[in-house]
Design a protein around this ligand. Structure first.
Ligand code: FAD
Ligand code: SF4
Length: 462
């Protein structure tokens, strides 16, 4: 709904400005449902001298353009949704043993002169992540996300989607999104005025019933071109310089955009084609019904899936440390979990979904993107959220029917993958703890995990 509405608004705005626009709607009779065939159709109709396109952000689409014989010049221009070009990333990456995001990020800070004083990082440090791990507090009052009444274009799209895709996952209402450039700038400003101040401190915190927390909710707009990365970063730097927000909030946000976002895009193009087939752990578990909104006793998973279905959004820690952590330690199929993430989020595009899923949550590239797997037991979830309070399972119980499944699945994952992970120097401490466990304890962990995974495989409620 978001993409259709944003495209239709853009077409409308261009027409108002006097441009001639041909926009093919999904249900147009002549729609061939292929980018290249649609372009061929337009070429036949308008007979242009040449075609200018923005470089597609998806490998498959770019290849389809390159492989197709159009019989006229096709100029592919750089995609201005990103700051760094493929060549720039290649230049940075070539010859390096490790492609750590942190070093890439520092280069970007210097290049764009963001939070730099006399050639040094503002405040003396490049990264304030250690300050950005506060758990949620009781009684926090979190400002609502930006929202706007759907207009006639959005309402038309809502009807279309409800009718055409009624069996798809996801709710059509409430609809929160900005769908024009003007509205997207308002959404960015609303974040800077109301939530940025706490963005850093509570970046990793989760509260039941608070899907939006202090995050920016702008990935949708950045990824479809309604906002540009540099303007977001500059606006946040400006708020810091005016003394409106603390440094850990501004730096934390800026790192997400010119660090993580640009970096995962660079990794995507470096690893394609083939990244989608990379995996380390031979996982093949079927995606359980709870991922499609089925009942679940595990409250953390239930809440994150419910919010995903309602909003086509979950914030980073929900995607990483609840849904992703579970997919990793329960051994779910990389293919199925990649498909799921691509289907359910309004900001999902292959260039960003794939590195985050295959690289970050599934460790499928063997540590290129993440230096160790993001696996954790229930203790982390209990520390950073209030989900465990209302859960069927007991987070303090390590084994048995009422124990939190994250507890035994975590150790089972480490135990069954020792050959692949034991040499990882960031896991030395964890493997020392595993070594200290006696045989009986390991057997109990294995037994609980087998029982749980069997139930999962049978589609039972877990
Ligand atoms: P904020 O927390 O406010 O962060 C600000 C911005 O930083 C985001 O809007 C985004 O543009 C950028 N950003 C932050 N982290 C990342 C990251 N790891 N990769 C790329 N950009 C980042 N992001 C997507 O845009 N599309 C996806 O399909 C997507 N899939 C993900 C799947 C998994 C398994 C994980 C762990 C993360 C995924 N992310 C994805 C990254 C991140 O979770 C979202 O960008 C973020 O939650 C969007 O919400 P926000 O705008 O409120 O972000
Ligand atoms: Fe999730 Fe375990 Fe906490 Fe339940 S007890 S909410 S399953 S971490």
């Amino acid at each position: 709904m978001f993409i259709f509405s944003a495209m239709r608004h853009f077409a409308h705005e261009l027409r108002e400005l006097g441009y001639q626009v041909q926009y093919t709607k999904i249900d147009d009779q002549e729609n061939t449902h292929s980018f290249t065939a649609e372009l061929e159709r337009a070429i036949k109709l308008y007979q242009p001298e040449k075609v200018v396109v923005t470089e597609p952000s998806e490998y498959r689409v770019l290849e389809s353009f390159k492989d197709h014989e159009f019989n006229l010049p096709i100029e592919i221009r750089q995609d201005d949704r990103f700051l760094s070009t493929h060549d720039e990333f290649k230049e940075w990456a070539n010859g390096r043993k490790q492609l750590r995001m942190e070093y890439f990020y520092r280069e970007m800070r210097k290049k764009y002169n963001i939070l730099i004083d006399n050639g040094k990082p503002t405040g003396g440090q490049w990264n304030y992540d250690h300050e950005n791990r506060k758990p949620a507090k009781d009684g926090m009052s979190i400002p609502k996300t930006f929202s706007i009444e759907p207009d006639s274009i959005t309402l038309e799209v809502m009807d279309l989607v409800s009718e055409k895709f009624s069996n798809h996952f996801g709710d059509t209402e409430p609809f929160h999104f900005a769908v024009t450039r003007k509205q997207s700038l308002l959404a960015l400003n609303q974040f800077i005025e109301k939530r940025l101040i706490n963005f850093g401190d509570y970046q990793d915190a989760m509260i039941e019933g608070e899907p939006w927390m202090y995050h920016s909710h702008i990935s949708f707009y950045l990824n479809c071109g309604l906002l540009f990365p540099l303007e977001c970063v500059k606006a946040v730097e400006d708020a810091y310089q005016k003394g409106q927000v603390p440094l850990n909030a501004a730096e934390g946000f800026i790192r997400q955009i010119i660090g993580w976002r640009e970096y995962v895009c660079g990794i995507y193009w470096r690893r394609m084609r083939g990244y989608e087939f990379e995996e380390v752990f031979d996982a093949s578990g079927k995606l359980p019904p709870l991922f499609w909104g089925g009942e679940a006793k595990m409250n953390c998973l239930h809440q994150c899936v419910k919010e995903t279905k309602e909003n086509a959004y979950a914030h980073h820690i929900q995607r990483l440390m609840i849904l992703g952590n579970f997919a990793l330690i329960a051994g779910l199929s990389p293919k199925e979990i990649n498909e799921w993430y691509l289907i359910v989020y309004a900001d999902a595009y292959h260039w960003v979904e794939l590195p985050n899923v295959t690289g970050m949550i599934l460790f499928g590239d063997g540590g290129l993107l993440a230096s160790k797997p993001y696996a954790s037991s229930g203790a982390y979830i209990n520390k950073m959220s209030d989900y465990c309070k209302k859960c069927h399972y007991k987070v303090s119980h390590k084994n048995g029917l009422d124990a939190c499944p994250f507890n035994y699945l975590y150790w089972d994952f480490l135990n069954r993958n020792q050959d692949k992970l034991k040499k990882n120097n960031r896991l030395g401490f964890v493997y020392k703890n595993l070594e200290r466990m006696d045989e009986e304890k390991i057997e109990t962990i294995k037994k609980d995990s087998r029982r749980f995974l069997k139930s999962l495989e049978n589609g039972e409620e877990v």
